[in-house]
Design a binder for this molecule. Structure first.
Ligand code: FAD
Length: 388
């Protein structure tokens, strides 16, 4: 049976980041590497202390309302700040492994693993992504262990007749995270019915303190979560403006004129694929990259020959993609470190150039930090160096 729903060709982190960029383009201020440390409701306003990973300087902001959308951390953040939560969060750890492309099929394959849970084979760039696991855990953060790897590899080898069964040596990279599952008080200690727990989200509104918490939710439902938050802010008395389109692709006319402009710069058949990729990642902003190439055709140059990465795109990323560390770009804006083993990436000399373009005089420290985190791992002892 074939069924179409939704597919993120550039990975979930990129998909989320598109919302951030859209918000910024509409006037929002977004910061990364900054955590909410404490929240205090004082004289009808929130006093919020922020902690930066980059400096020791504490930052205090004040706000008329707070939306706690910290995913699996939602209840922990509420608790830390003495705020009650009407629902509770359970953590379900999920692991995916990225391996060589093991099927030419374009779509996603869905199977049942030997524990009866859904199990997927997904295309990820020119590689395959397999998984997932679904294990109840009580603490964050989580990491991939040998049992996870064994479960995934055993299942894929059982489900597909591969010429060469996959082993741990075939793992290119790994992903691990927790799904936040929302439950009521009486379900918290009930371990019997794990799979039947709802994957739906719940929005809690504390009207007196103008405080909203988002409990759980799925990517596939994220537009509904967003619409729910707009309604919740309205309920708190905020004017949310006229309903407009706050998500999705830029309009078709813009796309056509971008593709024409790309062609006029000498992009032919493979160039068109290249242009489509830029459009998908950056929408109308991809014109900025074309503009740079127009000014200086040298900027079309691929600075990392083993992977496609143009100088003009690196410059654009430096200015517009909130890249603080190399891994932000490689894993959270693009899929490069998901589809390439890190020990192979560190051998590519182009990353030094990329680091220079991104970080200027800080390039060497940032490059060395990334490289140090990427020491080739002894596979027999597990691949603990390459996880999300
Ligand atoms: C293995 C796995 C597979 C999944 N598969 C699917 C799928 O196929 N389809 C689907 O629809 N969904 C899937 N999901 C669920 C999907 O990942 C979540 O629905 C989605 O990430 C929820 O988005 P969110 O923004 O609410 O939370 P998150 O993505 O968790 O984002 C919360 C953010 O808040 C930040 N944060 C936390 N604490 C603080 C703080 N104190 N201060 C500042 N920031 C903070 C975190 O760093 C994080 O960036 C999967 C999840 C996992 C783990």
């Amino acid at each position: 049976m074939e069924y179409w729903d939704a597919y993120m060709p550039d990975n979930d982190a990129r998909f989320s980041f598109q919302f951030v960029k859209k918000a910024v383009s509409m006037g929002a201020i977004a910061v990364n590497y900054m955590a909410v440390d404490s929240l205090n409701w004082k004289d009808g306003k929130w006093e919020i202390d922020l902690r930066s990973d980059e400096s020791d300087m504490p930052i205090r902001v004040s706000s008329k309302a707070v939306i706690n959308a910290s995913g699996p951390h939602v209840e922990l953040l509420n608790k830390k700040n003495g705020l009650s939560s009407p629902k509770h969060i359970l953590f379900s750890k999920g692991v995916h492994l990225i391996v060589r492309r093991i099927t030419n099929a374009h779509g996603v394959f869905a199977f049942f693993a030997d524990d009866g849970r859904l199990f997927f084979l997904l295309p990820m760039g020119d590689k395959s992504c397999i998984g997932t696991t679904d294990t109840r855990v009580s603490e964050l953060p989580v990491s991939v262990n040998d049992e996870d790897r064994k479960f995934i590899l055993t299942n894929i080898n059982r489900l597909l007749r591969l010429e060469e069964p996959l082993t741990v040596k075939d793992i290119i990279s790994e992903r691990v995270g927790v799904r936040a599952l929302v439950v009521d008080e009486d379900q918290f200690d009930d371990k019997s019915d794990w799979m039947s727990l709802s994957r739906k989200h719940f929005i809690d509104i504390k009207e007196e303190e103008s405080y909203i918490s988002v409990f759980a939710g799925k990517f596939t439902d994220c537009i509904n979560v967003g619409e729910g938050l707009i309604a919740a802010m309205g309920k708190l008395g905020f004017d949310m403006g006229k309903k407009g389109k706050w998500y999705g692709e830029d309009n078709v006319e813009d796309k056509v004129s971008f593709l024409d402009a790309a062609k006029s710069l000498g992009m032919t058949l493979s160039g068109e694929e290249w242009a489509l990729r830029l459009w998908r990642l950056y929408g109308k902003d991809a014109n900025v990259i074309l503009g740079r190439i127009k000014e200086d055709p040298e900027k079309k140059k691929n600075i990392i020959p083993q992977i496609d990465f143009m100088l003009a795109e690196a410059e654009y990323a430096c200015e517009n993609e909130m890249v603080v560390e190399l891994e932000d770009l490689l894993r959270r804006r693009q899929m490069i470190s998901l589809t390439h083993a890190k020990d192979k990436l560190v051998e590519m000399s182009g990353f030094k150039r990329l680091s220079q373009v991104l970080f200027g005089e800080d390039w060497e420290a940032k490059y060395e930090r990334w490289k140090k985190d990427s020491v080739p791992v002894d596979i027999s002892k597990g691949r603990d160096g390459n996880r999300e």
